[in-house]
Ligand binder design. Structure first.
Ligand code: F6P
Length: 342
């Protein structure tokens, strides 16, 4: 069996470990051959591939980014897009199946292509940890580590200047990164998309921390909205999927907090730093296991399924299960964290 591997959508620490896990198991156990597909669906649509050998994946699990490249190309677009054209391309390349590593958009496209008869299995990927059907996605742990370290650093400079520090982390629809990094670093307020807040409440938390002699730390997800806002803050136009590019809510909040409290306030937007660099040990292990499990799916011809983590076990679930809904932060997890605010 000759298997193509692609990474699609926003990158994520651990992608290379998935690729390595799949290639090592496939070659060692099943004698499979692999083709690296460049830049996500673009490479599949255009037949832009190269042989991926055991040699090519040496030492890859600790490398950030993706050696295959990624894009947000829609495989249904363009003269060579769509299932019929892709099938012709796969036949020409002798590619029997595809392992698609990606988030919600990638898995939705993979589902449509599988429904049309193509042989695809999926591996879920997102630092936001917002995919339903899997307990944790690789990349999330690394992002939380990076954000926690950044907040720890911001705390010492905040303490020195007696300032309020507002730290913005990623999280388009859900607040998992904010919740975990905020709890780990002892933030005085954690603001997330699932829990719109009033500025009065935020000011109360900031003043309470300040009154106890602490430099207030506010952690905010990029997708957070004040209760007066209709949609998440966006001023950078749209991405390739026509979604608003988020980022900058910390810069909106900081001057309001400063004006309302009289406490000098600074904003820091962590942005793509959270997606770069080496994956944590946890993410390397999870990603490697996912890559190896994707080989099992291909051998069993479980097309239209992705690997999910349930507890510590890996299970095979239909794409549909991952696309049913977002994995939001449950109310009880937020309430638990909020006991420590202020
Ligand atoms: O989907 C993951 C994510 O990290 C979101 O939190 C963020 O909105 C988005 O990617 C930004 O991606 P890019 O700038 O690469 O389009």
């Amino acid at each position: 069996m000759r298997i193509g591997v692609l990474t699609s959508g926003g990158d994520c620490p651990g992608l290379n470990a998935v690729i390595r896990g799949a290639v090592l198991k496939g070659t060692a156990v099943h004698g499979q051959e692999f083709l690296g597909i460049r830049d996500g669906w673009r490479g599949l649509v255009e037949g832009d591939v190269y042989p991926l050998t055991r040699h090519d994946v040496r030492g890859l699990s600790k490398q950030g980014g993706t050696v295959l490249g990624t894009s947000r190309t829609n495989p249904f677009d363009g003269p060579n897009g769509g299932p019929e054209n892709i099938r012709v391309t796969m036949d020409r390349l002798g590619m029997d199946a595809v392992i698609a590593i990606g988030g919600e958009g990638t898995l939705a496209a993979a589902k449509r292509l599988t429904d049309a008869g193509l042989n695809i299995v999926g591996v879920p990927k997102t630092i936001d940890n917002d995919l339903d059907a899997t307990d944790y996605s690789f990349g999330f742990d690394t992002a939380v580590e990076i954000a926690t370290e950044a907040i720890d650093r911001l705390r010492t400079t905040g303490d020195s200047h007696r300032r309020c520090m507002v730290v913005e982390v990623m999280g388009r629809h859900v607040g998992w990164i904010a919740l975990h990094s905020g709890m780990a670093a002892g933030a005085h307020a954690i603001l997330m998309p699932e829990q719109p807040q009033s500025i009065d409440q935020i000011v109360e938390w900031v003043e309470s921390a300040n009154n106890r002699g602490r430099a207030p730390i506010v952690v905010v997800s990029e997708g957070f909205t004040l209760d007066t806002m209709e949609t998440a803050h966006s001023e950078k136009g749209l991405d390739a999927f026509n979604r608003p590019r988020l980022g900058g809510i910390a810069d909106v909040l900081a001057p309001i907090i400063e004006e309302r409290t009289g406490i000098e306030t600074r904003a820091t937007v962590l942005g793509h730093i959270q997606r770069g660099g080496v994956p944590s040990a946890y993410d390397r292990v999870l990603a490697t296991r996912l890559g190896m499990a994707a080989i099992d799916s291909a051998v069993a011809k479980q097309w239209g399924t992705m690997i999910a983590l349930r507890g510590t076990e890996l299970v095979h679930v239909p794409f549909q299960d991952a696309l049913g809904g977002l994995k939001t932060v449950p109310q009880d997890r937020y309430d638990e964290a909020a006991i420590l605010f202020g």
